[in-house]
Design a protein around this ligand. Structure first.
Ligand SMILES: *[C@@H]1O[C@H](CO)[C@@H](O)[C@H](O)[C@H]1NC(C)=O
Ligand SMILES: *[C@@H]1O[C@H](CO)[C@@H](O)[C@H](O)[C@H]1NC(C)=O
Ligand SMILES: *[C@@H]1O[C@H](CO)[C@@H](O)[C@H](O)[C@H]1NC(C)=O
Ligand SMILES: *[C@@H]1O[C@H](CO)[C@@H](O)[C@H](O)[C@H]1NC(C)=O
Ligand SMILES: *[C@@H]1O[C@H](CO)[C@@H](O)[C@H](O)[C@H]1NC(C)=O
Ligand SMILES: *[C@@H]1O[C@H](CO)[C@@H](O)[C@H](O)[C@H]1NC(C)=O
Length: 415
């Protein structure tokens, strides 16, 4: 599929350097190529959130490696996407834990859980070590042969692993933990200010030096082949190992984003699934007070907010939207974010064999003016509009499309 690009990259960069000199930059806020965030590590190949998944993401030169964070019964922060265990572990096959299966319902303002399962908050950290991680079975192309090799790790182990990967690969990987369901975990672990979960993660990150030492703004790439070198981990002669740990903190809970932003200079990633008010100038003004990175469901930047909300029948108050400046369509939206110093980080870009999960896949509505035919077209679009980060699965595929886009932007060469 990518045969044109199977030529050695270093040969290509030598070829380019002989005849190309260009100051063309990407449409991102800093003019640099979009950064790739390995979604739950590299879950296309490994059980998500396992040591193997994080190692594989580093091997594929992800810029950031993403953990989701939840909490055990004995207050240990662990990396796991769901509050339950049945789909990513072998817990159901362990007789001694059979009686842990139960129904649980929690309805908060931003967190809703209502299911029967094995819940992470019913297990101690020691008990979790007796449970093995497995690949979800939903996607038949995902290999199953790393099943039962890893167990759920603490967020401390995740940070240790990223530090080790930095040494192993001699490059910096960004950490970008997501606080999952803060309302639930703060309810389970009450504290005077009601922010036990946020405070605990922040304190771990502060102790690891992440508060004082965030990276400086970067000038756009100018030399030829920088991105290729970055992916292949070739360092320039004057390279100095960075003295910072690049970090960001994500949440779908706006109260958590606001609280965390008052406690740290680590950039806050304001995640959104579909909140109409935020896709207006006044909505972005508000977000800009708390967050440096806005992360929308990708369809909002493809269909555009108005078509997306109308076709998906998400209710909104038109008078209110108008009073906030009206909906910003994708290109205007990216420009409006960048004008406010907010970077854009749409999610999630799946393996090319997986459904796009876009409105385009389920609707022929004429308000959808353009639909990507495949993953490559989808990624090219998001690189082109100036996404600063992309949450990706199958990092290899995303790297290939990013390199091709880089040749186009910086050298005018269309692969
Ligand atoms: C939901 O929001 C209301 C009003 O701000 C607040 O009183 C309530 O505690 C919130 N619920 C949870 C579970 O945090
Ligand atoms: C939880 O799910 C059950 C069964 O699907 C349903 O009857 C119940 O209304 C749900 N509860 C909440 C709070 O959503
Ligand atoms: C990190 O490296 C140290 C030293 O080799 C090792 O003891 C430790 O187990 C490693 N931790 C992780 C999480 O890989
Ligand atoms: C890491 O990279 C730097 C810069 O290229 C180099 O000076 C150093 O020797 C490398 N370290 C290892 C262990 O390869
Ligand atoms: C819609 O928004 C306007 C302006 O904010 C407000 O006055 C009005 O009450 C809202 N209508 C409804 C039905 O909520
Ligand atoms: C879209 O239109 C095509 C051709 O008319 C039809 O086969 C398909 O079922 C439609 N899809 C949806 C989701 O309506």
């Amino acid at each position: 599929m990518f045969s044109k690009r199977s030529i050695s990259f270093s040969v290509l960069s030598v070829l380019f350097s002989s005849f190309v000199s260009s100051s063309c930059v990407w449409n991102t806020l800093d003019g640099n190529p979009s950064k790739l965030v390995g979604h739950r590590g590299e879950k296309a190949f490994m059980p998500e959130h396992s040591l193997g998944s994080y190692h594989m993401a580093a091997f594929e030169s992800a810029d950031y490696i993403e953990p989701d964070v939840v909490v055990t019964k004995d207050q240990v922060l662990v990396v796991l996407h769901n509050e339950w265990l049945s789909d990513t572990t072998n817990v159901a096959s362990i007789p001694k834990f059979a009686d842990r299966k139960r129904s649980f319902t929690f309805v908060g303002n931003y967190t809703t859980i209502n299911r029967t399962d094995y819940f992470v908050f019913d297990f101690t950290y020691a008990e979790l070590q007796e449970i093995n991680q497995v690949q979800v079975t939903t996607y038949p192309y995902r290999p199953q042969y790393f099943n039962n090799d890893f167990s759920i790790m603490s967020v401390e182990t995740y940070f240790d692993k990223i530090a080790n990967l930095t040494t192993i690969f001699n490059r910096t990987f960004g950490v970008i933990p997501e606080l999952k369901s803060p309302e639930l975990f703060n309810y389970l672990h009450p504290s005077a200010n009601g922010r036990w979960f946020e405070d605990t993660l922040l304190s771990i990150m502060e102790k690891r030096g992440m508060f004082v030492n965030q990276p400086p703004a970067r000038a756009p790439l100018t030399g030829e082949g920088d991105l290729v070198d970055g992916v292949l981990n070739i360092k320039p002669l004057n390279y100095q190992a960075p003295n910072y740990i690049r970090a960001a903190i994500q949440s779908f809970d706006p109260e958590t984003c606001k609280y965390a932003s008052s406690k740290t200079n680590i950039p806050i990633v304001w995640l959104d699934s579909a909140t109409p008010e935020w896709y207006t100038p006044a909505g972005l003004d508000d977000i800009a007070k708390y967050s440096k990175i806005f992360s929308p469901w990708k369809d909002l930047m493809l269909a555009g907010p108005k078509a997306f909300f109308d076709i998906s029948k998400v209710p909104y108050n038109q008078t209110k939207i108008d009073s906030m400046g009206g909906f910003l369509e994708p290109k205007e939206f990216v420009a409006a974010c960048h004008k406010r110093g907010i970077e854009l980080s749409p999610y999630t870009f799946y393996d090319s064999r997986q459904n796009n999960l876009l409105l385009c896949s389920t609707s022929n509505d004429t308000r959808l003016t353009w639909c990507p035919k495949n993953r490559k077209e989808e990624l090219q679009y998001f690189f082109d509009i100036g996404s600063d980060y992309l949450f990706v699965e199958n990092i290899f595929e995303a790297q290939m499309v990013r390199l091709a886009h880089d040749y186009k932007v910086r050298y005018g060469i269309d692969y």
